[in-house]
Every structure is written in C-alpha cells, then in structure tokens.
Write a protein that binds this ligand. Structure first.
Ligand code: C5P
Length: 234
C-alpha cells in the first residue's frame, strides 16, 4: 500500500436473502481480506436495545448504545463465526427473523445510521475489506474499488432463508418469510436516509438460479480486472 492511501474496499450490497452473506464471506476468504457484516451491527444494536428495554422512539438512547456497544466478531477454532456483545455470545439471538425485523425498524433512524458510521469505517484495514450491507457502496465506502449489487427474486430469497433457518434448527414458515422479506425490502427501499439501491457505479448481479460458486467466481473475475496484484492465487 502506498503511504497515505486507504486500504481497498469491495462492497457487496443487496436485499435480504440475495446471498450477500455467503458470497461476501467466500470473496473475503479468497482475497484474504477482512469482512464487515454491517447487517450484524444493526442486528446486535437491535438486540442490545431490546434487552435493555430501549424503545425505537428513544433515539437518544439508541445512538448512545450505537456509539458505545462493546461488540466483537470472532471465529471458533473450526472457523464458525461468533458475535460477542460485552463478551456474551449473541450469535443465535441476533440471527432470528424477529431480530432482523427489529434491526430494519431502527435502521430507518438517521441518527442510528450516523451513530454506526465510524464503527463500520473502522473495519477498513490492510490488506483490504469486503463490506456486506445495504449502503456500503452508496454511503459508507463511496470510494470503493469495486461495488457489487446482488439481487434475486423474492420467491428465491424466501426459499434460501427458509433453508438456512431450518439448517440452524430455527422455526419458520415459507409464507411468513415471504411476507417478512417483502415488508423488509419495502422498508429498506423506501426509507429517507440511505435507501437500499445500487450505487450508480455498481455492477448488478442477479443470482436467481445462480449457484453461490458462480457468483463468487464472477466477483473475483471483476476484482482481478481492477486490482490484479492483490488477488491471491491469480
Ligand atoms: O443483512 P441483514 O439481514 O443482517 O440486516 C438486517 C437489517 O439491517 C436489514 O433489513 C436492514 O434494514 C438493516 N441494514 C441496513 N444497512 C446495512 C445493513 C443492514 O439498513 N448496511
């Protein structure tokens, strides 16, 4: 890295169930870059607020929590990702659909988004960062070297979520997931601040019917054309 320049960022934005989580993790592993799961920060904040009895309307308390919550991302010896809040493992609690809906409710608050900005930008470290979210390419890292916007049909996204939750032993019905995803998309796309939309310079990738490996390969191919020196194994 040239002194004074910031480490490169690759942003992967898109709606719930578009495959962002899995694709971002695999791209980060292939590049050997850091990963920011920004949705996890909104979920942890929603979880922490709920546990502390802070209502969505109490925006002052929410911002204070957003700026000070002691959140840490770790991996177990067998590579499983864990999220810790004040040292307590909250991974399961924050992955529920209920927590996801609460996260999307607090995500409409401009002060909350502002409060989480610095925490998200702190993840930008050498050799580079893959940032997964809704506004990574538009607001948090507008100078990203490569911006991807992943989409898929609502039906396919509900199916994927259903499979994921079942695998984790969590309860859900396909119908409720479909409704939940539709409501969440609507809230994410229509909010006044940082609405979910592709950055003008983003590459839009529709993953309906596309295997994860193919989406990852396409993104790595794009990365190779933009920052060839930093893609290991190519
Ligand atoms: O990606 P995930 O489903 O974990 O995100 C949970 C919620 O957090 C989303 O529905 C969205 O409302 C919010 N979010 C956001 N901006 C981000 C990441 C997540 O508004 N960058």
């Amino acid at each position: 890295m040239i002194p004074g320049t910031l480490p490169p960022v690759l942003t992967i934005d898109g709606p719930s169930g578009s495959g962002k989580g899995t694709v971002s993790r695999r791209v980060a592993d292939a590049l050997r870059w850091h990963l920011l799961d920004s949705g996890a920060l909104y979920r942890v904040l929603a979880h922490a607020a709920h546990a502390a009895g802070i209502a969505t309307a109490e925006s002052g308390e929410l911002i204070r929590l957003a700026r000070t919550m002691p959140v840490a991302f770790t991996r177990t010896a067998d590579g499983e990702e864990r999220v810790l809040l004040a040292g307590r493992d909250v991974t399961c609690a924050m992955r529920t659909e209920e927590c996801g809906s609460r996260a999307s409710e607090i995500a409409v608050l401009p002060a909350v988004r502002e409060g989480l900005k610095a925490l998200q930008r702190d993840f930008r470290r050498p050799p580079g960062l893959v940032a997964d979210g809704r506004d990574m390419g538009t607001v948090i890292f507008p100078d990203a070297a490569l911006k991807i916007f992943l989409t898929a049909s609502v039906e396919e996204r509900a199916q994927r979520r259903y499979k994921q939750l079942k695998e984790k032993g969590l309860n859900a019905t396909l119908h409720s997931l479909f409704q939940d995803i539709t409501a969440r998309d609507e809230r994410d796309q229509k909010r006044a601040v940082s609405p979910l939309q592709p950055a003008p310079d983003a590459v839009v990738l529709d993953t309906t019917g596309m295997p994860v490996a193919q989406a990852v390969a396409r993104i790595l191919e794009l990365a190779r054309t933009r920052f060839i020196q930093t893609v290991p194994g190519h």
